[in-house]
Write a protein of this length. Structure first.
Length: 122
């Protein structure tokens, strides 16, 4: 995906632990609701994460419902996530990353609100 190369060159990892991945999704939903209103826009949210930051799943069901109501497509780009299809498995993975990948993101994925979850490798 050529778009990922552009993203890789233009974003920098955060040096802070403020906020979390779920909060980022909530802010994106609020911005789409405020600025797109009910006009006919393609509504996409892209979350790029390595899964090591915090992810607070409180209220996740309401967030999922709001994503569905707004007609938003959510794409999660997981950096260095395990992927059986490509034969990639990170050994001695941080417990936080396991929890984010196996609990939080799987709940989002199972709600059928993600257009896809991609795994990207450095």
């Amino acid at each position: 995906m050529p778009q990922l190369r552009v993203v890789r060159e233009s974003i920098q990892p955060s040096k802070t632990d403020q906020g979390d991945g779920i909060s980022a999704i909530v802010i994106a939903i609020q911005m789409i609701s405020k600025y797109c209103k009910k006009l006919k826009y393609t509504r996409n949210i892209y979350l790029v994460t390595n899964g090591t930051g915090s992810f607070d799943p409180d209220g996740i069901e309401e967030i999922i419902a709001q994503i569905k109501n707004e007609g938003i497509n959510l794409t999660i780009l997981g950096v260095d996530f395990d992927d059986e299809e490509f034969g990639f498995k990170e050994e001695d993975k941080d417990e936080q990353k396991v929890w984010v990948a196996d609990v939080t993101l799987v709940r989002i994925m199972e709600a059928n609100i993600t257009s896809e979850i991609k795994r990207e490798f450095p």
